[in-house]
Design a protein around this ligand. Structure first.
Ligand code: FAD
Ligand code: 2HG
Ligand code: ZN
Length: 471
């Protein structure tokens, strides 16, 4: 092993090869503190060539590599196992924005760029980079691509996959594939870019990307709306889709229980809507015409929704600062859950037409089996994506409850998802958390194709082994 470390030292300066326990520690535990691993070293390359050389060295010595970006993932994908033999390859030093091509409306950037920095750099040139999620101050574009992250703008701009035009990837052999073309059309055979996006570091290491940019909207209006059922919330969504069409950029749902938890841990995040409505919906419209146009449109749709009995109350943000507090309220649910203690996270998608029956039946099954259990349900309703999270009963020891019941609870929810033709992961990915769930619910043919791809691209199983699929 010492010989590996000295060979690494021929590629990277010693200060970029972390081997002391206290130096490695921040890279070995995931954001939720659910997984902690060990590593032979944590390496911090600066260039694509350095990444390629590190992979070549690991391939020659059959050493597994765990790619890592901002380490904000929810499925343990960026955490090494506990053998102490794997190397964590963190891309944070690869953070150069290589080019903003104004005419092509694209940005070419390295994997270690922090998402918020990318948004800011795009805005400086009057562009919108639409990917947006609660972890944007820490997560990195390579991690976003590797997990095909979703977030709050998906219903208008799509997932990270839809924003990507080209990739640069280091393969499991240590070769560099340069696919950094900013093309909106390319039908030359298999789509290699799509293969690596969402592969969670198991097929290649993403070192750079070409991403789409959009014109910055002139005006955005944000409102919180109270509804009393999932059925009326979906009808409200359909109304907004019909009347606002592409101006609708956000449609997020929060249940009474989610916001009560927020208020418990962050009293400043109290719901401005009076009377604790069963559902609070955050709706955002973005316009390229004028402030007056979008405000008028929002008020007209709200009036129609009110008249049709789809909503009971609404509060429109008066200014940008208030709009931000609405979004903070939505984003704080994750933090409130973390404060409350260990919980079971889900990021499922269900066709909107089956969402109401899914919630009613699954709520009833879980509550009957686990009295006192708390269902913290919120999410990107516009995408049919629920964070159907489960918190142990108030009086239970959270760790003990989860240890005893998490397997059957996961299985109950996954079976319900399968019955409704949904997906067990809409946006957070599989990592190590859902490895078994994916094997059981992806379908045998699809699972075999995934294993065949993994075997073909990484025959030595050195790229993030035992994440997503095991071969
Ligand atoms: P990491 O956690 O470092 O890695 C994630 C996975 O990608 C691992 O499997 C890792 O091996 C692999 N990987 C990382 N970089 C590379 C690379 N360059 N090449 C190949 N593989 C790589 N996710 C959503 O989808 N939507 C949300 O709304 C959302 N909100 C969040 C809010 C909070 C508060 C937090 C903490 C997380 C949230 N997430 C959300 C989850 C997480 O932020 C995303 O999954 C994000 O895309 C991960 O990026 P990262 O750089 O932190 O990746
Ligand atoms: C969000 O939508 C994230 O805010 C996190 O995907 C969801 O905390 C969660 O489960
Ligand atoms: Zn989410």
């Amino acid at each position: 092993m010492n010989s590996i470390l000295s060979q690494l030292n021929q590629i990277l300066e010693q200060k970029y090869i972390l081997i002391e326990e206290e130096d490695k520690a921040p890279y070995l535990t995931d954001w939720r503190k659910r997984y902690t691993g060990k590593a032979l070293a944590v390496v911090l390359p600066r260039t694509t060539q350095e990444v390629a050389k590190i992979v070549q060295l690991c391939a020659a010595n059959q050493i597994a590599l765990v790619p890592q970006g901002g380490n904000t993932g929810f499925c343990g994908g960026a955490t090494p196992d506990d053998s102490g033999e794997q190397i964590v390859l963190n891309l944070k030093r690869m953070n150069t924005i290589r080019e903003i091509d104004v005419a092509n409306q694209t940005i070419t950037l390295e994997a270690g760029c922090i998402l918020q920095t990318v948004q800011e750099k795009a805005a400086e040139q009057d562009f919108l980079f639409p990917l947006s999620l609660g972890a944007e101050g820490s997560c990195m574009i390579g991690g976003n691509l590797a997990t095909n992250a979703g977030g709050t703008n998906v219903l208008r701009y799509g997932n990270t996959r839809d924003l990507c035009l080209g990739l640069e990837v280091v393969t499991a052999k240590g070769e560099i594939w340069n696919g950094l073309k900013g093309l909106r059309k390319d039908n030359t055979g298999y789509d290699l870019r799509d293969l690596f996006i969402g592969s969670e570091g198991t097929l290649g290491i993403i070192t750079a990307a070409v991403m789409k940019l959009y014109p910055l909207p002139i005006s955005q209006w944000t409102t919180l709306v109270a509804t009393d059922s999932i059925a009326s919330t979906i009808a409200l969504l359909n109304l907004f889709q019909k009347r606002a069409t592409s101006l609708l950029t956000g449609f997020e749902m929060m249940t009474q229980e989610s916001l009560a938890l927020n208020e418990k841990h962050f009293p400043r995040m109290a719901n401005p809507l009076k009377g604790n409505p069963p559902y609070t919906v955050l709706i955002e419209l973005s316009d390229h015409e004028s402030e007056a146009h979008v405000r008028q449109l929002l008020e007209t749709i709200l009036e129609e929704a009110f008249g049709a009995g789809l909503m009971t109350d609404a509060v429109i943000a008066n200014n940008l600062a208030q709009a931000k507090t609405f979004w903070h309220m939505r984003e704080h649910i994750t933090l409130a859950q973390a404060e409350e203690g260990a919980n079971l996270k889900h990021d499922i998608t269900i066709p909107l037409s089956a969402l109401e029956s899914f919630i009613q039946e699954t709520d009833a099954l879980i509550k009957a089996q686990y009295p006192g259990i708390r269902i913290i349900n919120f999410g990107h309703l516009g995408d049919g994506n629920l964070h159907y999270n489960i918190a142990p009963p108030l009086d239970a020891d959270h760790q003990a409850f989860n240890a005893a019941h998490e397997k059957p609870i996961y299985e109950l929810i996954y079976s319900q998802v399968e019955r409704c033709h949904g997906s067990i992961s809409a946006e957070h990915g599989v990592g190590q958390l859902k490895l078994e769930g994916l094997r059981a619910h992806k379908g045998p043919v699809a699972h075999d194709i995934m294993k065949a791809l993994k075997t073909a691209l990484d025959p030595q199983n050195i790229l993030n082994p035992h994440k997503v699929v095991s071969i």
